[in-house]
Design a protein around this ligand. Structure first.
Ligand code: FA5
Length: 333
């Protein structure tokens, strides 16, 4: 009789244990069956009326049943505890990507974009990128470039001097051409470099001038290169940067470090021309100043304004827009 009752009780207990979906329900089931006032304990109390032999066997069976139910409860408890912990962790997780997606991403300034693109175009043409310091000595900024102290061209660079050492011997570089000298001093031809960087002059800011602006210098030194290669290089670069509908032209000009020298312009959509920079065949004195034999090697060089190029490419009315730092303006590009 007791055996049948026990078996059905254990079965009921096991069904309820598996059905318990959280720890609280499970504790309730535990109390119902194996708690102090639970059904199995109640059954134990009925043993008193049995014969000693029967009581012993029934007691054993009851204990086994209690052990079985308690074991099942423990097993279920560890499963439920693990999933409760997982649920808690999931609830406390901080989704940082959600916070990030609410923020606005910035982008490079349009002069930086123009500079990066210029570098890409020239690297694609086989040039490497060189650089030099923004504070220069008179030797690199002028003398080695064939502009001695007495030379009138020195005045045309509107140089900002730094009060250091001898007067007018240390300056903020007024062009990127000193990088030509630094490169030729340390590298042997063939040389194919471009050198973008900041340059400074006492120019007053207006629609086409800034006192601190950016130039990119180009220098090629090799055997048998000349004016034709220079014109071809400028044309390829302008085509790659602006598109092939933009035309270039060279106008005779004068720079002490190139001979012959030219200024080069690009065509504007309104049918005009915009001066972009200077260029020419490297003067033999400049090669000789850097220990390169002008009989063996020739070269060409060019230097133009990156800010002016950005003005042209993005069709701006005024170069000062580039330094006003108005985010409403900058965000458009
Ligand atoms: C030079 O600086 C020469 N070093 C260029 C050169 C290099 C010639 C190699 C021959 C061989 P220039 O002073 O013309 O040349 O300046 C070159 C370009 O820099 C100008 O055409 C213009 O695009 C830009 N530029 C000059 N001054 C300013 C300024 N104040 N603001 C913005 N851009 C400027």
């Amino acid at each position: 009789m007791l055996g049948v009752e026990l078996a059905s009780l254990v079965e009921r207990a096991s069904t309820e244990i598996s059905a318990a979906s959280d720890l609280e329900t499970l504790a309730e089931v535990e109390r119902t069956f194996v708690g102090k006032k639970g059904e199995l304990v109640a059954l134990k109390k009925t043993l008193g009326g049995l014969e000693p032999e029967e009581r012993k066997a029934a007691g054993q069976a009851l204990n086994e049943a209690m052990g079985q139910v308690a074991g099942q409860v423990n097993e279920r408890r560890s499963v439920l505890a693990a999933s409760a912990e997982a649920a808690q962790l999931a609830g406390e997780r901080l989704d940082l990507t959600e916070v990030m997606s609410d923020m606005q991403r910035g982008h490079a300034h349009l002069v930086t974009q123009a500079r990066d693109r210029l570098e890409d175009v020239f690297v694609g043409m086989g040039f490497t990128v060189a650089e030099g310091p923004e504070v220069e000595s008179a030797w690199y900024n002028f003398e080695a470039l064939n502009i001695p102290e007495w030379h009138p061209a020195r005045g045309s660079f509107d140089t900002i001097f730094v009060e250091l050492g001898e007067p007018e011997q240390v300056m903020l570089r007024s062009h990127t051409s000193p990088v030509q000298i630094r490169t030729m001093e340390t590298e042997k031809p063939p040389i194919y470099i471009v050198a973008p960087g900041r340059t400074f002059r006492t120019d007053t800011a207006d629609a086409t001038h800034l006192p601190a602006f950016n130039q990119i210098e180009g220098l090629v030194v090799d055997r048998g290169v000349g004016l034709g290669d220079l014109a071809g290089t400028i044309e390829s670069f302008v085509g790659a940067f602006f598109g092939h509908e933009v035309k270039t032209r060279l106008r005779p000009s004068y720079f002490p470090f190139t001979e012959p020298s030219a200024e080069f312009d690009i065509s504007t959509p309104d049918g005009g021309w915009l001066e972009l920079g200077g260029c020419g065949v490297v003067h033999p004195n400049v090669l000789a100043n850097c220990g390169i034999d002008p009989e063996e090697f020739q070269g060409f060089a060019f230097g133009f304004g990156i800010d002016r190029l950005a003005v042209m490419r993005y069709q701006l009315d005024d170069i000062r827009e580039l330094v006003n730092n108005d985010v409403r303006f900058l965000r458009q590009f």
